[in-house]
Design a protein around this ligand. Structure first.
Ligand code: NAI
Ligand code: PYR
Length: 374
């Protein structure tokens, strides 16, 4: 199969979908790989590394999309990229369709077979292609939150770690999954006072054991959240209902109950955000203020640390990329229910019921689609 990897064009996105190591694996499996010139530069992989691994370098995105049967990239297609996708092509990337009606319609119109990294599962029901980037974004969240809290950035001027004689800042993490646990690890390391809210008692129990008393866990009722919000200096939004739009957990009215100059970091912004007042921002212009509360809502946080993120993502995606290239999409998703869980669109049909529900669109399950193709 001919596998293509374009340069990412989302603002300040420096990751790349294939590493030179992944190219070599594909070539050893008998595939051809085409890479857009400069695609790996932001992650520290010059064209020469791809050539050494056996790839062919093409001059622009049109050439890569024109030649490739399987497109492997990082972020959801931007409008210019949607225009290049074809019905006979497979797209493997983050898609986050539930909050994105135009992108969803664009993929349906293109007829492309698209597979969303963020809903591919593993045998435990976890999300192995989301997890590495959640580890990164979780670790970044207290870092960007503490920067946001600095006075010069509009924040209250609170140092999360405190100093001898002055209390540390309070960090509230809503959602104790992969992002939440990684954020807790860094926030605890900074010396902050950390509370994690989650609706899963199993997860809270795990975090309680892991942190051995160095943070507080609390079941995520509306009352608990309302009370914790009044104390927090930094709130990290890290909830996920896989495939679906993020639930709005903090209303605009609740901002007035918070301390002025506090910060919200909405990591769940890629699924639409879990604060009513969240709207997507970019690394170039990451924060804005509503009712005296700072908001940081960057949807591609791991892109800021691309050298780490590209390798971490590539480690996780490679087995699935090889399966798609070796077998074709239909056999690969038939053989592997975990990859099948990522199937989002095919031939103009939406194959993600949570996205259908979020956007009010007709959908079928991937199983029903495959049964219909038999
Ligand atoms: N902005 C960015 O650059 C990035 C964003 N993300 C996003 O971060 C979000 C979290 O991802 P993960 O931690 O990997 O998910 P996860 O599935 O590991 O954890 C989500 C947690 O939220 C909890 N939860 C669900 N509904 C809740 C509610 N109403 N109240 C309290 N807790 C609730 C679940 O029990 C679970 O423990 C996702 O939207 C993901 O796409 C991930 C990576 C990068
Ligand atoms: C998860 C995701 O969308 C990202 O890492 O950009």
């Amino acid at each position: 199969m001919k596998v293509g990897c374009p340069k990412e064009i989302k603002p300040q996105e420096f990751r790349v979908g294939l590493t030179p190591d992944a190219v070599l694996e594909l070539v050893l499996h008998g595939h051809q790989v085409v890479i857009q010139t400069g695609a790996g530069d932001g992650s520290g992989f010059p064209d020469a590394d791809y050539v050494a691994a056996g790839a062919q370098i093409l001059p622009d995105a049109a050439a890569v999309y024109g030649e490739a049967e399987l497109i492997v990239k990082v972020k959801e297609p931007q409008p210019d990229e949607l225009a290049l996708l074809r019905q006979d092509q497979i797209l493997f990337a983050y898609l986050h369709l539930a909050p994105a009606p135009e992108l969803t319609q664009g993929l349906l119109k293109a007829g492309t077979t698209s597979i969303a990294y963020e809903t591919v599962t593993d045998s435990r029901g976890a999300l192995p292609l989301l997890a590495p980037m959640s580890e990164v974004a979780g670790r970044l969240a207290p870092q960007v939150g503490s920067w946001t809290l600095q006075k010069a950035n509009g924040g209250a001027g609170v140092l999360l770690g405190g100093v001898p004689g002055v209390s540390p800042g309070e960090v509230l993490i809503i959602g104790g999954g992969v992002v939440g646990a990684a954020a807790a690890r860094v926030a605890v390391g900074m010396g902050a006072t950390v509370t994690v809210l989650d609706r899963s008692l199993t997860r809270l129990s795990y975090l309680d054991d892991l942190f051995m008393g160095r943070l507080t866990t609390q079941f995520a009722t509306k009352a608990a959240l309302a009370q914790r919000l009044t104390q927090a200096d930094l709130v990290i939004g890290a909830v996920l209902v896989p495939g679906a739009a993020a639930p709005k957990l903090v209303s605009r009215a609740q901002l007035s109950t918070m301390k002025p100059g506090s910060a919200l970091v909405d990591v769940a912004i890629d699924q639409g955000g879990c604060f009513e007042t969240s709207r997507p921002t970019t690394h170039h212009d990451p924060i804005y203020e509503v009712d005296g509360i700072l908001h940081y809502c960057v949807g591609n946080m791991p892109g800021a640390v691309a050298r780490t993120s590209t390798r971490a993502l590539g480690n996780a995606t490679l087995p699935f990329v090889l399966a798609l290239a070796d077998k074709g999409w239909r056999q690969a998703v038939t053989d592997d229910p975990n990859l099948r869980a990522g199937l989002a669109t095919h031939g103009g049909t939406l194959t993600s019921p949570p996205v259908g529900e979020a956007l009010g669109l007709a959908s079928v399950t991937p199983d029903a689609l495959l049964a219909g193709l038999r």
